[in-house]
Design a protein around this ligand. Structure first.
Ligand code: AMP
Length: 256
């Protein structure tokens, strides 16, 4: 299965293709989960394109769309949630969205229990989320294999996101600078000290017109402090206009 919040794009469709490579049938859930949005976030204006989503999924060979109503997911009296540590408190998204991952983990646990899939596919686009869900599945002995899918990008490097519809024309023109800055950083990590590379990357992102939330280099498995000899991930979150973008890339220097 592939859990989504709808407003589907080619990134979501790629998850269904990967799911179909692992399983005979594929379920896609569409649920804009209120508990993962903070009160100041975009829950009410999050893009909702259900009819077009269903058409896209039919074209992609998806067998079932599961689109529960909020009251079905959170009936009166609902009072249980998943508490997280480890990758969920790594000081990345959690610094800016402190209640987000508990909302995500709780709804994902419910969706997995409801659908009972052998495999669930999540995008590397939300890298910290993928790490949180992998850890939860292991810790709670969930009988579903969690599979990560590579990020699908526009030709200019911008990662596809349902929130890209918020970008004005000038924001959209500036947005690929985020991926370009990460690529430039990753190319320098092998030969320069991490802090100076990150400093330059932060300056480049600000110079491109972004308000930076974070640009960090982390251990790709634990999201803890980076070690040259281990797989590394560069993660970024930055705001441009009214839109907050997140992205990440492989930045390993000592492996592969
Ligand atoms: P969302 O609907 O934004 O909650 O995303 C649903 C799933 O699609 C998550 O596992 C995301 O990581 C994944 N996803 C979102 N954007 C992309 C992308 N550009 N490439 C691959 N997967 C993505």
């Amino acid at each position: 299965m592939a859990p989504t919040m709808g407003a589907l794009h080619a990134g979501h469709v790629s998850l269904t293709q990967l799911a179909r490579a692992h399983a005979a049938r594929c379920v896609v859930s569409i649920f804009v989960n209120p508990t993962q949005f903070a009160p100041n976030e975009d829950f009410s204006k999050y893009p909702r394109t259900f009819e077009a989503d269903v058409e896209k999924l039919a074209g992609a060979g998806v067998d079932l769309v599961f689109a529960p109503a909020p009251a079905e997911m959170y009936p009166q009296g609902f009072c249980t949630s998943v508490t997280l540590e480890g990758p969920a408190v790594a000081g990345l998204e959690d610094r800016f969205r402190p209640t987000h991952f508990s909302g995500v983990a709780t709804v994902v646990a419910k969706l997995l229990a409801q659908c009972g899939p052998d495999v669930a596919v999540f995008g590397e686009k939300d890298f910290q989320q993928l790490a949180v869900i992998r850890r939860m599945a292991r810790d709670l002995d969930l009988p579903t294999r969690i599979v990560g899918a590579p990020t699908v990008r526009e030709a200019d490097g911008l990662a596809l996101s349902s929130r890209n519809v918020y970008l004005s024309a000038s924001d959209r023109a500036a947005a690929p600078a985020l991926y370009a800055a990460m690529r430039a950083c990753a190319a320098r990590l092998a030969t320069h000290d991490f802090d100076s590379v990150l400093d330059e990357g932060r300056k480049a992102i600000a110079a491109a017109g972004f308000a930076l939330d974070y640009l960090e280099l982390r251990d790709a498995d634990t999201l803890g402090a980076p070690d040259r000899a281990r797989p590394l991930r560069l993660l970024v979150a930055a705001r441009i206009g009214a839109t907050r973008l997140i992205d990440n890339i492989d930045a390993s220097v000592g492996v592969n």
